[in-house]
Design a protein around this ligand. Sequence first.
Ligand code: SF4
Length: 327
Amino acid sequence: MKDIFDKCKLGDLELNSRIIRTGLWQTQTMREVYEKYENIAKSGVGLIITELISLYPKDKFSEYSIKSNYPQFMIEAKKLAEISHSHNVPILGQIEFIKYDRGIDRDIDVNDLTLEDIRQIQQDMIVVAQKLKLAGFDGIQLALGNNFFLSKFINPYFNQRSDDYGGNTFNRMRLVLELIKVMKTNLNFHIGCKVNAFDGRKGGIDARESIEICKLLEKVGIDSVQVTKPLSPLYFTKDANENELIEFSQDLIQHINVPVILGGGFNDMKHMNEVINNTDIEFLSMYRPFVAEENFLEKWKDDGEGISRCKMCNNCYRTKTSTCYHY
Ligand code: SF4
């Protein structure tokens, strides 16, 4: 029998449990953030993925993100890594952007990127990854899912380029594959990717192509894949067979040898144990339960059961705050 509190390995990372804490918005003071990371890290979590780390200071969500260009960024990142590691919890930085910032022009369509723009994006991402490596992070997670810029670049619904970066799946993935190859060669740390299981738009990425995308990512050496969908899943039903992301993850696991993390709205320990025991899924990510109560896993571990006190109202997601509306 598998248990969510099993010690395990996610690629090269040693985890204290199968639970991945995914972050999203960041609106607290750093003092509050340090306290939160301390509570989460000591609660029994397996891996911490930070809140969004924005690449560009004037990007759409930068206001609610960790800003990679801030002078204090390195000091703060180093502190977060120290806190996590003091509880033997590895930490990945989640790097994303919504709109490419060319300076004067801050909303460039994927089809209008020049080769110089593509090289600049790759370079900007590598610089942030280098900073996180220097700060002591165990790796990064690249946001290729939801509706972030790169999810559009790799998607035929948006990408109609006629050069080497458009057309078939490999060409649309070229920017990302080149980027990961450089990172893997030079940084020697964990590189995870968050990928949409499917797109939902007519002419967008379907589940079959998403699996092809993950196979290409595996070829360039990524260390983990987190499954999501364009609009983040809110809450899973209790019936594993009915959940399309569970089915997709199960299918994906048959096609790649990279650990797959199922992201989404888990809030019930019993349900989570059912999912990992009834499927080949090994790792589950959670977000809102940690917003509602930072250290709830301690109680779950002691009691052998538990349901998060998160009311699933989704106000924290909607209002882009990293604190709970109710507690
Ligand atoms: S605001 Fe709502 S969804 Fe967010 S953590 Fe609180 S109860 Fe859960």
